[in-house]
Design a protein around this ligand. Structure first.
Ligand code: SF4
Length: 374
């Protein structure tokens, strides 16, 4: 029986995001590592590799497919209530000890992470998304930047079918990959995991490319929301949270910031789970930094009104939520507060069609996608 690596090495095509160097080496630009890769070797992510001076990249499969409420991504200011058909491949350019998607993201580093790839085509994924009633197609679960060529191919098909597209990413981008994605990606969520370069080194990255990506995404006009998983003792000091939220507010005070609760997962089981009061404290710091839209996640019903959207101008509650569940929606068809008429930053549908699902569910995956393992 073939190993996972042998199977994935067959599921490739020539990449777009690289340049040729001397002595059959290449430099990849799909993520902020910008790996120089010698002939016969993979990059840090383990899924892109150099063969004979050509960079080969993942193609033609998914590591998982699920239908999620868009609030789970989380996007709170983009098409509330929509169903987000979510797909991922395998591998990641970071190796966070607390990863909640480690079964797919660390599939090539950790033998305990077993996630059989499923054969897929852009047409099959888009047709499946339409069948489920999805309005949005999202590349997520593994790090989508490292599989950007495949995501763009799927998104071209999605856009032709009238779907919105999104990335759920660690934000470790490059100018080249962002330009490549720009025509095809509407929504972008960045995990800003810390504001300390030493912490990013522990996770296998650097903070510089992530901050640059946040600035570029905003400048390019993609709809951007930022998430910080608050981990006690890792990234929750007042000083770090001040600097992190001041940075976001400096890009734009209108970028929604989701501060979410950590629970013990994967290799990080030392810190205590985040408490509601920790989230409230972080939110207070964010507010002081000038952020206008702050949400506390993963502890539904325990975080005062930090699951709701308020008009920044008059304070009116325009979307009432409990967890992913929308209890009331009052944004006007042109994206304004119904009370004072102030424009609300985001991407709003002209009509709220209700919420298709308030909890994730598997589509008919076995019906349309078959495993490549045999
Ligand atoms: S995607 Fe990132 S980690 Fe992977 S080969 Fe390219 S630059 Fe290296």
């Amino acid at each position: 029986m073939s190993t996972l690596r042998e199977i994935l090495n067959q599921q490739v095509r020539k990449g777009d995001l690289y340049e040729k160097l001397d002595r059959n080496r290449v430099r990849c630009y799909a993520c902020g590592h910008c790996c120089p890769i010698t002939d016969g070797q993979p990059g840090v992510c383990k899924v892109r590799f150099n063969e004979g001076g050509t960079l080969y990249v993942p193609w033609g499969y998914v590591g998982g497919v699920q239908c999620d409420p868009i609030e789970k991504k989380p996007f709170f200011h983009a098409y509330p209530g929509a169903l987000a058909y979510s797909f991922g491949m395998l591998g990641c350019d970071l190796h966070c000890g607390y990863c909640q998607n480690w079964v797919t993201s660390q599939a090539l580093r950790d033998t305990n992470a077993i996630s059989p790839p499923l054969q897929a085509s852009p047409e099959a994924l888009v047709q499946d998304a339409l069948r489920q009633g999805a309005k949005v197609l999202v590349s997520t679960y593994n790090e989508p930047l490292i599989t950007s060529e495949w995501a763009v191919e799927v998104f071209k098909e999605a856009k032709a079918a009238g779907l919105i597209t999104g990335f759920v990413s660690n934000g470790n981008g490059t100018p080249q990959v962002l330009e490549y994605l720009r025509p095809w990606v509407d929504l972008y969520k960045v995990d800003l995991k810390s504001f300390d370069d030493r912490h990013y080194h522990e996770l296998g990255g650097r903070i510089g490319p992530i901050l640059d990506t946040i600035g570029s995404l905003h400048q390019m006009g993609l709809w951007l929301e930022i998430v910080t998983l608050l981990i006690p003792g890792f990234n929750d000091s007042a000083d770090e949270l001040h600097r992190l939220t001041e940075f976001i507010a400096g890009v734009s005070a209108d970028i929604p910031w989701h501060v979410t609760a950590f629970h013990k997962d994967y290799k990080m089981d030392d810190p205590e789970n985040t408490r509601a009061e920790d989230l409230l404290r972080a939110a207070k710091i964010g507010k002081k930094s000038g952020l206008r839209y702050i949400y506390a996640g993963n502890l539904p019903g325990q975080v005062d009104d930090l699951e709701n959207t308020h008009c920044h101008h008059c304070g009116e509650t325009v979307i009432l939520r409990s967890g992913y569940f929308i209890q009331s929606y009052r944004v006007t068809p042109d994206g304004r507060c119904p009370k004072c008429g102030e424009s609300l930053p985001g991407r709003w549908a002209s009509k709220f069609d209700g919420q298709i699902a308030d909890s994730p569910f598997l589509p008919h995956r076995r019906l349309h996608l078959v495993t490549i393992l045999n």
